[in-house]
Ligand binder design. Structure first.
Ligand code: ADP
Ligand code: ADP
Length: 231
């Protein structure tokens, strides 16, 4: 069975005249790296919110790592989300905490032992290339460094899946390549990555699976894909 399975999934927001997602079928295996592309409004963020269980599908079935997302009770949503790391375009770091504390806090809130936190934080900061920046505050970081902290935080408890919504959206091309190297290294450890992006250069240079949405429907799903369909 695939790690992520969507069967005929539709999402209609309240008061919307047309569906944000329309009968989507998508299967993603453990260890896959998937780019979600498509114009603004195509449904990329909606798909990520459904996987994170921030939104619920209006129809169809979503299974993630054996969980049927329609049947997860509210009480179990936080537990479900622990298996997923999320990276945003605007980092969303806690501004009053150091780099170290931002990562440690993510582990604290899920009840990780202090001694475990002390051994994990240096490992994940090293994995994202931030050794030596432990005591910086977010406002002292470049955009690329801030995004590395966000990735370290998302990866700290080794989730099966990392979802990323435009993680390079605020970064220059060189910095973006560095961020993608970090995500690719994390993917090589077996973590499944699903990333919504408008970054044509990145998609075309990495040649991963590309799923294109248009008007809430999947119009293309290619291995080793390009940003635009090859015509
Ligand atoms: P993308 O991420 O590809 O830009 P979205 O998933 O954000 O696309 O949007 C898909 C469609 O759903 C758009 O028509 C958008 O206006 C609509 N939409 C997104 N979020 C909401 C919401 N919270 N309430 C109502 N409509 C929404
Ligand atoms: P406690 O007083 O609870 O034992 P720690 O000794 O874990 O706290 O850490 C105190 C502060 O020092 C942390 O909030 C963190 O910012 C910082 N810190 C801890 N270990 C490191 C480290 N290896 N590198 C940089 N900063 C660290």
């Amino acid at each position: 069975m695939a790690l992520i399975d969507l069967e005929n999934v539709s999402k209609v927001y309240d008061h919307a005249s047309k569906p944000a997602l329309d009968e989507v079928n998508l299967h993603i295996n453990r260890g896959d790296f998937v780019f979600l592309v498509g114009a603004s409004g195509a449904g990329k963020s909606t798909l990520l919110s459904l996987l994170l269980r921030e939104e619920e599908a209006s129809a169809g079935q979503i299974r993630v790592a054996g969980n049927d997302l329609q049947r997860i009770s509210h009480r179990h949503v936080p537990h479900y989300r622990r298996g997923i790391g999320f990276v945003f375009q605007d980092y969303k770091l806690l501004e009053n905490m150091t780099v170290w504390e931002n990562v440690a806090f993510a582990l604290e809130v899920i009840g990780t032992k202090r001694s475990t936190i002390k051994s994990i934080v240096p490992q994940v900061l090293e994995a994202v290339g931030l050794t030596g920046k432990e005591n910086r505050m977010p406002h002292e970081l470049s955009g690329g460094e801030a995004q590395r902290v966000a990735i370290a935080r998302a990866y700290a408890n080794h989730p099966a899946i990392i979802l990323a919504d435009e993680p390079t959206g605020n970064l220059d091309p060189t910095t973006s390549v560095g961020i993608m190297e970090v995500l690719e290294a994390i993917n090589r450890t077996g973590t499944t990555i699903v990333m919504a992006t408008h970054n044509e250069e990145i998609v075309n240079s990495m040649r991963k699976r590309v799923v294109e949405l248009h008007g809430g429907r999947i119009v293309r799903d290619e291995e080793n894909g390009m940003y635009d369909s090859a015509l």
